[in-house]
Design a protein around this ligand. Structure first.
Ligand code: NAD
Length: 374
């Protein structure tokens, strides 16, 4: 189909947004109710009632027990109890304990207040029991908007997709993320940006997700310097959470590629921290894919107000105090060969073919913290 473009309406160089809108696509939105705004936790009771629930099990990490208690207090008799054992990557033993507690307490809903680890635990409960999940995200990881779950058993994290695990309601209250330490706020924001950046060149991308991706990137790029300057600034926190919602939606709707594969490898096989890994690898994954997808790169650069997507993402991380080198996470250089082998085996679809030698070079640059293009 030829786009109905009138004379003089050509997009700026490198930005073929209008043409993309006329490419064939499938758009299949995930159903989730989103309640957004500073102070929106006040609507929790109404939202629980809308789910038809009467006894909610509140989930958190040990460190966020205080926030879980405030949620339970707010719910009064509608709170069945608290399970505060959420940890990174949802170990099966923890999932079993939480499922058992939900059964014992006769819970008919689970409320996950926290980051991707706590939302992931909620998903593990929903996967088995079908209980509806209400998520209250306090990081920018984006798990609350996806039907993707992960459970770790015998040291291996198995992931899958099931509409049952998608939280039915998400309350985004920026006041609850104002206590997220600045360092984690920046890396978590970069983690969200990675979903949007890869969404812009996904094989199954569509124009609506691309709009959300670009807006999500722009919102987080604006938010991060504001959070670094004033961590309690509700406007900056709102921008970041708004961006996280958009980027998480992109993650939940279109496929991811090389960047996410590299981060799964580094997190899963080398035990490197999730958000930091995303932050360090993202500029290098973008530099790798740039020759194959110049339009996506132009949209990323436009969104973050940079000349170049890869260099701009690197600068955003570095200028806001985030780590930019894998060696600073304690990864030994000697592990890079094995990481390249794993990342190049069974690769995800990627716009540029995965070549082991080029991936090894990418990892070397990410390890040393070299700015792409320099
Ligand atoms: P996290 O949930 O592990 O949180 C990191 C730490 O920060 C925790 O100790 C947490 O309690 C604390 N924290 C969170 N919010 C806070 C706040 N507002 N104030 C103070 N402390 C706070 O980290 P994450 O990066 O959000 O999630 C990472 C996990 O989520 C990984 O296991 C990753 O694989 C998963 N994930 C899954 C998806 C998906 O779609 N399934 C998407 C993104 C991430």
């Amino acid at each position: 189909m030829t786009p109905p473009r009138s004379a003089g309406s050509a997009p700026p160089e490198g930005l073929e947004t209008a043409r993309e809108a006329w490419d064939a696509f499938v758009y299949n939105a995930n159903a989730a109710r989103v309640v957004f705004g500073a102070g929106s936790l006040q609507h929790l009771e109404r939202e629980i009632e809308l789910l038809g629930a009467r006894r909610a099990l509140v989930l958190s990490t040990p460190g966020q027990r205080g926030q879980a208690e405030r949620v339970a207090q707010r719910l009064g008799s509608k709170a069945a109890g608290i399970f505060d054992g959420a940890v990174m990557h949802v170990p099966i033993e923890v999932a079993r304990q939480a499922r058992e507690q939900a059964r014992r307490m006769d819970a008919d809903c689970a409320i996950a207040i926290g980051g991707g680890s706590t939302v992931g635990l909620g998903k593990a409960i929903a996967l088995e029991s079908g209980l509806p999940i209400l998520a209250i995200p306090t990081t920018y990881a984006g798990s609350e908007m996806t039907p993707i779950y992960g459970i770790t058993e015998g040291g291996l994290k198995k992931t899958g997709k099931d509409p049952k695990v998608l939280p039915r309601t998400v309350i985004y209250d920026p006041e609850l993320s104002s206590g997220l330490p600045v360092g984690l706020s920046v890396t978590s924001g970069m983690n969200a940006m990675a979903h949007a950046a890869e969404g812009l060149y996904a094989q199954d991308r569509n124009p609506v997700m691309s709009l959300m991706a670009e807006e999500g990137l722009a919102a987080i790029a604006r938010a991060l310097p504001g959070i670094v300057r004033a961590p309690q600034d509700i406007e900056a926190r709102s921008q970041a959470l708004y961006g996280a919602w958009l980027c998480g939606t992109v993650l939940g709707n279109v496929g991811m590629a090389l960047h996410h594969k590299l981060c799964h490898t580094l997190g899963g096989s080398f035990n490197l921290p999730h958000a930091e890994c995303h932050t360090i690898v993202l500029p290098h994954a973008m530099a790798y894919n740039a020759p194959a997808v110049p339009q996506a790169m132009a949209r990323i650069a436009r969104a973050i107000g940079a000349q170049d997507a890869a260099g701009g993402l690197y600068d955003l991380a570095r200028d806001n105090g985030a780590p930019v080198a894998l060696r600073d996470l304690g990864m030994p250089e000697a592990d890079l060969d094995r990481a390249a082998d794993i990342a190049a085996s069974n690769p995800y679809w990627n716009p540029r073919p995965i070549e082991r030698t080029a991936i090894r070079a990418l990892l070397q640059n990410a390890w040393a913290g070299v700015r792409p293009g320099d």
